[in-house]
Write a protein that binds this ligand. Structure first.
Ligand code: NAD
Length: 416
């Protein structure tokens, strides 16, 4: 049975570790590092971790001898690099949350170090592990639609998710987290590179933060929803979105204590009670990316915060037909030019990200047991797909079309 240590008992660390509670014969969590005492104690209790294996920081956990086989690094975007490099030096196999780093050079260094140490380092591109994406890849590789010529791929973030995470929440400001295309859409860049199965050569992008800023605030908008004259008419009202528990809602991000009183206090004082037009957000609310691959396949990708539902939709167009799909509907519709039509509903699993959070853990445990260094989302492959996201951001900011290989050389030489 595998033994694992975890750095960061927040949202993601708790989700991945819950696998060990469901399948204790496969993996056991034996150590935790978490800054927040309440979270640390709660996590330690759930996993029965003794006092001497509870650490305040990842640095403390990594200061001593190697504790076990694998380490989950589940801290926020800018806190991945240091612990990952140290843990690789100590000989851990790692499950690393995306993005590998907010910085392109650090992402390359992580991949190089994992290779040098012959370590397993799986990046949590969770959606790659999902049954719908796996089925899509199988269909593409079996050439059902011939050779892929072009892909339309949309990340419909959903307005509620957008304002909760990217206007008020932890990913609102790229100086604290990372750019939108990296933090949210590195999953998409990774899936697109993998699905096309060729090397991405050119990247261009446009986008901006246009709507969720002060000059767009409707007349009468206050700085907090609890003190706003037009709150009852506002679709983004924090009171409407977070005060009451709602399936799929973001109420539990607002306050750790799950009571109406605690949530109202948090809405009066905390970041989630702020007006969506008066926050310190700077990430884009809409962005498009165009990609060219070595095999001449093209991709157009759209990320938008202005969608009713949160879902990814896509159309894969090949020389013999097309595949249309929607992740949230778990549906793949195949239309061949011969006239044949099929609809596939892949097997669904319980858990976050349409079961992908469970499947990534199942796969990672099996990968470590097999000793397979590559797996589905290796450090090298993930670093390359991260580079597409970094290059897209570079293109968005500079207005240039980016030659990806030249960009990567610039990153390695410290010029980008
Ligand atoms: N794979 C996915 O689909 C997916 C989805 C959402 C978020 N993420 C990524 O997962 C990461 C974590 O996100 P989250 O929502 O779980 O964040 P979180 O804030 O809920 O959890 C991070 C935890 O790390 C702790 N921490 C910070 N510094 C620490 C240190 N030095 N030592 C020990 N603990 C420390 C914090 O106290 C916090 O509890 C982010 O990088 C995010 O972008 C990935």
């Amino acid at each position: 049975m595998l033994q694992a240590a975890v750095i960061g008992a927040g949202n993601r660390g708790t989700i991945y570790s819950s696998y060990a509670l469901k399948r204790p014969h496969e993996i056991q969590i034996i150590a935790i590092a978490e800054l927040d005492e309440g979270r640390r104690k709660r996590f330690a209790k759930a996993h029965n971790i003794p006092e001497h294996m509870q650490f305040k920081t990842g640095e403390e956990l990594l200061a001593g001898p190697k504790l076990c086989d694998v380490l989950f690094i589940c801290t926020m975007d800018r806190q991945h690099f240091g612990p990952t490099m140290l843990a690789l030096d100590k000989g851990y196999h790692i499950l690393l949350e995306k993005p590998m780093s907010h910085d392109p050079l650090e992402s390359v260094k992580i991949a190089d170090k994992a290779k040098e140490k012959n370590a397993i380092l799986a990046v949590c591109h969770s959606m790659r592990y999902g049954s719908l994406t796996q089925e899509l890849k199988r269909l593409i590789d079996s050439k059902v639609i011939g050779d892929v010529m072009t892909i339309q791929w949309s990340e419909n973030v959903g307005a509620e998710h957008y304002v909760s995470s990217f206007v008020r929440g932890k990913w609102r400001n790229s100086d604290e987290s990372s750019s939108m295309i990296l933090q949210k859409s590195c999953h998409d860049m990774d899936m697109l590179q993998w699905l096309v199965g060729s090397k991405c050569t050119k990247v261009s992008s446009f986008g901006s933060l246009t709507h969720f800023k002060a000059d767009q605030a409707p007349e009468g908008a206050g700085t907090r929803c609890t003190e706003c004259a037009i709150e009852t008419d506002c679709p983004f009202s924090a009171i409407k979105l977070y005060y009451h528990e709602r399936k799929g809602g973001w109420y539990n991000a607002v306050s750790i204590e799950n009571t109406l009183e605690a949530r109202m206090k948090a809405l009066k004082e905390g970041p989630y009670g702020r007006c969506v037009w008066h926050c310190d957000n700077n990430v884009v609310d809409h962005q498009v990316v165009n990609l060219l691959f070595e095999n001449e396949a093209t991709v157009s990708f759209t990320m938008s915060g202005f969608t009713g539902k949160e879902k990814r939709t896509f159309k894969i167009m090949g020389t013999k037909g097309e595949i249309r799909g929607s992740r949230s509907q778990n549906e793949l519709e195949i239309n061949l030019f011969s006239g044949k039509q099929m609809v596939i509903y892949p097997e669904q699993y319980e858990g976050g990200h349409s079961g992908s959070d469970f499947l990534i853990m199942r796969d990672f445990v099996a990968q470590v047991n097999r000793g397979d260094r590559i797996g589905k989302t290796s450090a090298q492959e993930s670093a390359r797909s991260h580079m597409i996201a970094f290059a897209a951001e570079h293109s968005r900011v500079t207005g240039d079309t980016i030659d990806l290989d030249a960009y990567i050389e610039d990153v390695k030489a410290g010029r980008a």
